[in-house]
Design a protein around this ligand. Structure first.
Ligand code: GRF
Length: 204
């Protein structure tokens, strides 16, 4: 299955996906391109180093048309599955519809906690620490019209340490959960082992 990874920042999740493709954890999918909505995102350097076609397609350059430009690039690469890995731009309903049940996202909490509008990056971990939860984690889900509301594919819990700051917690959630879950979810979806009934997934 041809996969595109959409990024905005450091690309540590993209790095985990590339590693998983090389180690054989991902064997039913081929990463055919990486797209960043921000120039200079280090994720683009990771794609470059891995020899993966990549582009920065930005609002600055394409204005309101920038998502249409992304979609036409994905079409030109024959993309069948879109992976949002630290991608921060809003996805339009048309984009979601086009890739219905073929677009997945990694979110750094156990959805439905600490998710939805405004919960991204460090804000997620700040909210978890402020609330005083003892366990947080990460979730991979299908993208639906409800922000972070699509059917859940995989989740993994991570214990919060008393000394945690938002930064140390973010790092541990990435290391212990995100970087494991996203490659696994890509392989499960690409190998056809995820089926959907309503908002629930079954994994074979
Ligand atoms: C991180 O906050 C991660 O939890 C979330 O997106 C942000 C950047 O990820 N998924 P990455 O390093 O660009 O993959």
């Amino acid at each position: 299955m041809k996969v595109a990874v959409l990024v905005s920042g450091g690309g540590t999740n993209l790095g985990a996906i590339i590693k998983a493709a090389h180690s054989g954890i991902i064997k039913s999918a081929e990463i055919v391109c990486v797209v960043s909505n921000r120039e200079g995102a280090y994720a683009l350097t990771r794609a470059e180093n891995a020899g993966i076609p990549h582009r920065a397609i930005t609002k600055k350059e394409y204005g309101d048309n920038f998502e249409a430009e992304i979609i036409s690039y994905l079409d030109s690469m024959g993309v069948e599955l879109v992976v949002l890995a630290g991608y921060t731009a809003i996805i339009s309903p048309e984009f979601i519809k086009k890739y219905e049940n073929r677009m997945i996202n990694i979110h750094p909490s156990l959805i439905p906690s600490f998710c939805g509008k405004g919960f991204y990056g460090l804000h997620v971990h700040e909210a978890a620490l402020k609330y005083g939860v003892k366990v947080t984690g990460a979730t991979v889900h299908f993208v639906s019209e409800v922000v972070d509301g699509g059917a859940i594919i995989l989740q993994k819990a991570v214990e919060i340490q008393p000394s945690d700051t938002p930064e140390t917690l973010q790092r541990r959630v990435m290391e212990e959960a995100e970087w494991e879950l996203l490659p696994r979810a890509i392989e499960l979806v690409a190998s056809g082992r995820v089926s959907l009934s309503g908002r629930k997934t079954q994994i074979r």
